[in-house]
Ligand binder design. Structure first.
Ligand SMILES: Nc1ncnc2c1ncn2[C@@H]1O[C@H](COP(=O)(O)OP(=O)(O)OP(=O)(O)O)[C@@H](O)[C@H]1O
Ligand SMILES: NC(=O)c1ccc[n+]([C@@H]2O[C@H](COP(=O)(O)O)[C@@H](O)[C@H]2O)c1
Length: 178
């Protein structure tokens, strides 16, 4: 690896990719040459908490970052359910990186223990720029489109994402009742 290239790692579930994520990446891009974006829990989809597939999240991120002049790589990362080996698992799937950006305490601890510098980013408009809040709005029929990049609205429309979310959420209710 060219040691002059500053390459960082940023991971999230991106269910969906929203303007908070976009702002974080835009800020990170001022400090790095390249960014490796990990799509966490890549194996999950079609549930109320994780409605979108890894491939759909790749579309949201790639199209949603078109306005940024940043070299980035989007890599799906499945969970391994063994925290002690997770950093090695991530490294086995990604281009090499020297720093990590995360606000997730477990992610920070695991990377710290593996010898990485972990940087926190400020939270932007967290009451609205939140996957949980956006999924809640999608389910209740409230406005959500202004909380994600416009390209993400197109992706969710293309994959009939709202219909899917409503259906899997309803199925969740039925399963809870059984
Ligand atoms: N509004 C925001 N401002 C800054 N960072 C954010 C914001 N929302 C999420 N992040 C950070 O982005 C990373 C990925 O977050 P994630 O994909 O879980 O989004 P989320 O909005 O927290 O989703 P969910 O509510 O579904 O858990 C985490 O480190 C998280 O702290
Ligand atoms: N053992 C593991 O598989 C392990 C450990 C730490 C984080 N993760 C994943 O990293 C991602 C972190 O993203 P968030 O900060 O959005 O929660 C999640 O998808 C989480 O499941 C997985």
């Amino acid at each position: 690896m060219d040691s002059r290239v500053r390459r960082a790692f940023y991971i999230g579930r991106f269910q969906p990719f929203h303007l908070g994520h976009h702002k974080v990446i835009s800020e990170i891009s001022k400090n790095v040459d390249e960014l490796v974006i990990g799509i966490g829990s890549a194996q999950d989809s079609h549930t109320p908490e994780n409605p979108f597939t890894a491939g759909e999240r790749i579309m949201m991120i790639s199209r949603g970052l078109k306005d940024l002049a940043l070299q980035y790589y989007v890599i799906p990362i499945s969970d391994v359910y063994r925290n002690a080996i997770w950093v090695s698992h991530v490294k086995s799937m990604t281009p090499p990186f020297s720093s990590v950006y995360s606000n997730n305490p477990l992610v920070s601890r695991l990377f710290n223990e593996a010898g990485y510098a972990v940087l926190y980013s400020p939270m932007y408009n967290r009451t609205e720029y939140s996957g949980t809040e956006i999924r809640r709005r999608m389910l209740s029929g409230e406005e959500w489109k202004h909380l994600v990049p416009e390209e993400v609205v197109d992706v969710i429309d293309e994959i009939k994402g709202i219909e899917r979310l409503k259906e899997v959420a309803m199925k969740g209710d039925i399963e809870t009742l059984e």
